[in-house]
Design a binder for this molecule. Structure first.
Ligand code: ADP
Length: 481
């Protein structure tokens, strides 16, 4: 990582303009997850504006933005029409970019109408934001819904530094180039000054793609293509581990802890917590549980997988299918192994509150996080932060989660290899206390060092550095066609 910019006490920090698909009100921030909390902290600190979709669908949106003021923060949102929601959000973002970037070409839908809707919404949102921008603002755009957002702002002659953070993995070039509009989308990324990715591997795939397909030239962290130069770097997203550890000790979390433990006496509880999504590897996880029961008879009556997976993107057909599939697999395994007072898999299909979740993490001897592909995976980090350091549980983590790059003290597994996952679960069950403590302490050190504040500050400092460099270099060259 490059050294931090010296903090000037006289120069005010630029105003932050955050842009994401959904805007979360500070009152609901805890439910909005790590991104909402991290952004709100930055917005509170320096004042600023958060802009995006309201989450509302209006039959005929008038295009006007709605503003709410919360302390130093302005929340500005616009509605989408139902066809915009269908094409931009359900269609191109969630049925094309999401599966493609997670290497599921088999689930990827290429529909020109979806793509046109995606471009149209990005332009409409950018045009709505542009009049609110001030000279000296820093603009920070989030995630795959908004890849062409900066290009649309630049069309309006926005000259502010604009950074982009991709929360999901960047695909291999062979995948990306299957996308009919990949050239246009890649070119539009070069309207940003800074691109942030979750891991070094994502940065490398982005570079490979730009160099191989578009003749990109590398110089340190800079990359030049389409007549423009930007910086591309990894900024692994973190959680507020200190705060989450406190949540796990709150009265509500303690209550949940007791409920889990009382009902299960000395059974081993394995916990899985995910949005119901085909990238999370939940069917494979159930199969690994079945393999554990097959291979190790001492688990019968003694081990339970508690899988919490609320429905997400329920309007998308691929998500309806995974829900049916999971119910069927869990039913088959339970039918085969259950005893009168024990079922090996308990599957809960609804969201839980943060404190409840923290209590369940702490009450579970094993955290099983086995996505087939994941940009980072914050559940792995939350599980570790919630543990009792004196008697911590063991994290079993997929090598295909971005977090595995930072969390090597977990038991790292291949989620496609049911036998290996079953063996890791059995190892975790019998891991001596001293080893559990050592692994937990090492993981916790990493979480405290690379937390949400460090992530946000390092990104915004780099964005400032990029804009200073740009100012020194003079006006940008014209964008190549
Ligand atoms: P993704 O962003 O793909 O959903 P992450 O693991 O990075 O995956 O983040 C998921 C976030 O959602 C975490 O903060 C987690 O606590 C929360 N979450 C996941 N499942 C549930 C659930 N059943 N109830 C409440 N929160 C959940």
């Amino acid at each position: 990582m490059s050294p931090a910019l010296p903090r000037s006490t006289t120069r005010p920090r630029p105003r932050l303009v955050a842009v994401s698909n959904r805007v979360v009100h500070p009152r609901g921030a805890a439910r909005g997850g790590g991104l909402a909390v991290a952004l709100l902290d930055a917005l509170r600190e320096r004042g600023g504006l958060w802009f995006g979709w309201s989450g509302q669908i209006a039959e005929r949106p008038d295009g006007r933005a709605t503003e709410t003021v919360a302390g130093e923060i302005r929340l500005v949102t616009v509605d989408l029409s139902s066809s915009e929601h269908e094409d931009y959000y359900n269609g191109f973002a969630n049925r094309c970019l999401w599966p493609l970037f997670h290497l599921r070409l088999d689930l990827t839908t290429f529909d020109p109408r979806h793509y046109e809707g995606y471009q149209r919404v990005n332009r409409r949102l950018a045009y709505a934001l542009h009049p609110m921008l001030q000279e000296g603002d820093q603009v920070w755009v989030h995630d795959y819904h908004l890849l062409p957002f900066a290009e649309a702002l630049r069309e309006q002659r926005a000259s502010q530094p604009i950074g982009f953070f991709l929360h999901i993995p960047f695909p291999v070039p062979e995948m990306l180039t299957a996308l009919p509009h990949h050239r246009e989308l890649m070119r539009s990324l070069f309207s940003y000054d800074l691109l942030g990715f979750q891991t070094e591997a994502d940065v490398q795939r982005f570079r490979d793609c730009v160099c191989r397909e578009f003749g990109g030239q590398l110089r340190g962290n800079s990359i030049t293509a389409f007549g423009r130069t930007l910086t591309a770097r990894a900024f692994p997203i973190g959680i507020d581990a200190r705060e989450f550890a406190k949540v796990a000790e709150s009265p509500a979390a303690r209550l949940e802890f007791q409920r889990v433990r009382e009902n299960r006496k000395d059974r081993t509880v394995i916990v899985g917590v995910d949005r119901l999504d085909y990238t999370k590897g939940i069917p494979e996880r159930f199969r690994s549980m079945e393999c554990l029961l097959d291979r190790y008879p001492d688990t019968h009556g003694q081990v339970e997988l508690l899988q919490i997976a609320p429905t997400s993107r329920g309007e998308v057909p691929e998500y309806m299918a995974i829900r049916r599939e999971l119910e069927q697999i869990a039913g088959n395994i339970n039918g085969r192994y259950a005893q009168l007072d024990w079922e090996p898999i308990r599957y809960i299909n609804r969201p839980l509150g943060r404190r409840q979740l923290a209590g369940i993490y702490r009450a579970s001897q094993i955290g099983l996080v086995t996505p087939l592909r994941d940009g980072m995976n914050l559940v792995a980090k939350e599980y570790v932060a919630a543990q009792n350091p004196a008697d911590p549980g063991v994290l079993v983590l997929s090598r295909f989660a971005g977090s595995a790059q930072q969390m090597q003290a977990a038991l790292i597994v291949n989620p496609y290899d049911n036998t290996a996952v079953a063996d890791a679960l059995q190892t975790a069950r019998y891991m001596p206390l001293e080893e559990r403590r050592q692994r937990h302490a090492e993981l916790m050190r990493g979480l405290l060092r690379d937390d949400a504040d460090a992530w946000r500050e390092s990104f915004l400092e780099e964005l400032q550095r990029c804009s200073l460099q740009r100012a020194e270099a003079g006006p940008p060259t014209a964008q190549a066609a």
